[in-house]
Every structure is written in structure tokens, then in C-alpha cells.
Design a protein around this ligand. Sequence first.
Ligand code: DAH
Length: 482
Amino acid sequence: MATGMFRAASQHWHGRALRVGASPKIRTMLFGQALNKSTTLTTGQLQRTLRPVLCASFHSSPFRSTSDSGSNPLKEPPTITKESITVGGKTYETDHLTNVTPTILEKTTRQLHRIPTHPVAIIKDLIASAFPDFKHYETFSPVVTTKENFDDLCFTSDHPGRAATDTYYLNEKIMLRTHTSAHQLQVMTEADKVLVTADVYRRDEIDASHYPVFHQMEGAQLFDAKTAVEDIRKAIAADSTAQFGSIHTTDTTVITSQNPKQDCHDEAAMLATADHLKHSLNMMVRKLFSHEKDLQVRWIDAQFPFTSPSWEMEILYQGKWLEVLGCGVIRQDILNRAGKPDKIGWAFGLGLERLALVLFGIPDIRLFWSQDERFLRQFEPSKIQKFKHFSKYPPCIKDISFWTNSDFHENNFCEIVRDVAGDIAETVEMIDEFTHPKTKKRSVCYRINYRSMDRNVTNAEINEIQEKLREQVVDRMKVELR
Ligand code: DAH
């Protein structure tokens, strides 16, 4: 589990940590999927991926609750046909890049961060309480433009995060947001202290700490560039929460050409902004981990397209360094675009599930999506309580082997598993791989662990799912079963 937690580092893979001497293994984890899995699907392959999922609809979605639908378009069941997708009350045309599936679209109606007794919402509320005078937005539709999610935030046109293997597209220009930063520009036009909480979507592998939907919280604060040094000095001096328990911070970050100050920034103003950022976030985690007597925090250098310099915060929790958030000094281009050229500011983004998993002691990320009363009834607003296990049902393990082709990408395989098996798929793991010496064809074998959170699964039922999976894998990925 501990390793799983670290692998969840990909929850903010839009950036990367700059670490000198990190072991290759750790480096891979920190770089997350962006640098490991940068294959882009060909148009043909995407169409093949898409074909079988079309024409499904959600009119009888089990997730629709009569009490909270109605006027809230986000709660309206999405529909998907070959030509168009309707979600949040709006309709979008599909095209060659469409790869979003019914299973994923259905999740857009859940809004876990707005259910007050849900662990994700409890963590959100605790974090928000550390930023009491910030304007908090939490009802933005997950459907955004590629401009909002990438271009406005200075992502290069070849950034791996844009790959269709990692991102859900409704069409070439419209996608499910991969991070809450997609709303940064818009909210900064409206206020100087902002928080955004939302569900975010990334195509991913399948295990106890990865799920294609999770929740993030974004924060930003702007200062008048001319008076920032003095304003920040006063603000930190006046901060009464600064006395809140002991916290040991290690900060070995250095501003170098690798993680530079922006040319347009006055050095003193930038340093003051960075101080305020780290101070605010230290106080926030102090509040969140109030039960930890001597909280250890460390700051490391990082890179994000939308901040410079940039950092990541890690905390030592039960003997392991846990990556908590990414942050930095906002790129001035973005502030200029927001109509705030005279401001300087900081921003941060964090994954809520990662924190909820450790703070509540929740063993599997799928539990967050459980509708089982034994899960939901355990929690109360604003309280962190340890999760009490309810009986674990036995797994059912099945393997599938096939010859891959040049278009093959593991995330596409996992997507099919999710479509066919839903949350019963607990883990998907490659257990064997070899290349035939003569034909040079590559064979892979995946082991799928099927297990339900709330009932026993039967072998007959899983056999049926596995059979369907075998068919779909051939049909959608054009691979040859072995
Ligand atoms: N959006 C980033 C991600 O999901 C996280 C992040 C990093 C947000 C730095 C920020 C920031 O606002 O300044 O990978």
C-alpha cells in the first residue's frame, strides 16, 4: 500500500520534481505518467477505441438521485451517441479525437466533493478553513476547452499531458479537465484570493491508489507587485495561526536557471511571494495533520508550465514522504491575460483523495465511489475518523494474453477493463511480456484481480466479464489473443 501511495504522485503529473540524485525508480514515480507514457494514438486507433462505446445512454443511471437532480445541470445524466455527447446540459459534437466513455461520463454527476459527509469533502472543508477569506468555487462543469486546460496555462503544444492516451477528449477542442488549474485564469479575473475544488479526469492504470477520476483543490493569491514586500511582511506577522503546533520544515530549494525567477519580476517581490506561499501552505498542512505532534515538511524544486519558480511539498507520514501538492509563483503571462498586469501571485494545486486515503486510513480508492451505507455512514462533517473495515470479499483472478501491435497502449487496455468490469476490477498488472525471436511480435500477459467492495463475486459472473473483455480487446485494439 505504501508504494501505491507514492505511485499516486502522478496526481499532479502536469509538472515534475527536480531532484538531484533521485533513484531511477523514484524519479519514474515522481515524473508520473507524463514522461513514461507519452505515446499518442493514431486517428485510426482512436476511432477503433471509440466505436464500441458509442450509442450508450444513461437514462436509467443508478447514480441519479431524484432529490439532487432538477435544476443542477451537472446532475443531469449524460448521453452519448456516435455524433454527439450531452453533459451538464450542453451538447458537443464528437470527432476523430473523442475517447471519453460512458463509464467516465457517468462519474461527472457524482460530485463527491459536495457531499458534506464524504471524506473528500471533509478534507476540502478543512483545507478551505485555512483560507477563510478566499472566494471558493466548486460547481464548475468538468467539460473545458483545451485552451483553458492547456494553452492558457502555457503548456507547450507537445506537452505529454495533452496525449489522448492520458486525457479524455469529447472532441479536438473540448475535454474533461485534467486539473483544477484549468479554471485559474477565469477565477483570477474575478478575485485576488481564490479556491477551486473540482473532479478531474485522467486516463490511468488500475490499482488501489489510481482511479480515472479524482478531486483537486486549487488556490491562488495575488498581491500588488509594487507593495508586495511590505504587505506580505505585515500579513505574515499578523498571522495568528502561525503558532499552531510545531512544524519542522526542510527547504533546500534554490532559485537557479533550472527553476528560475521570471525576468519581469522584482527579486524582493518574488521572494516575498514565495515566502507567503510556503508560509500559507505550511499552516494549511499543520491544520490538516493537527494530530501529528511533530509534523515534518519538506520543500523540493519542481517544474510546472504555469509557475516559475515552482515547488512541491512533501510531508513525512508514518515513515514515508508523501507528495502533497505542487505550487509556485504564477507566470506573469497568465496574470496579464487575467487583466492583472500589476499583480504578482502564487498558486497551488493538490489531490484530495491522496490526503483522504492517508488521513482516514482508507485502503482502496474505489471506496470513495462506493454507495454502500457501511462506507458513507461512517463519517461526519469536519471530522477526521479512521475508516473501519467492513468485510473484504474474496478476489477472483483472471489472466489475458495477447500479441500487441504498434498502437498498443496500456491505458487503452485499462479503459476497456473499466468499461467491461467497472469498479469490480481491483488491479490490472502486467505479469509477463516477451518478444518472439522470429516474428518480433510482442506478447503481453495481464492479470486482472476482480473483487467487489460490497459483495461476493461468482466465478461464473467473472467468466462472463472476462469473455466480454476478450472480445472487446480484439474488437477495439485489434490485437490477437493468445
Ligand atoms: N495543476 C497541477 C497538476 O495537476 C498542480 C499544480 C501545480 C497547481 C502548481 C498549481 C501550481 O496551481 O501552481 O499537476
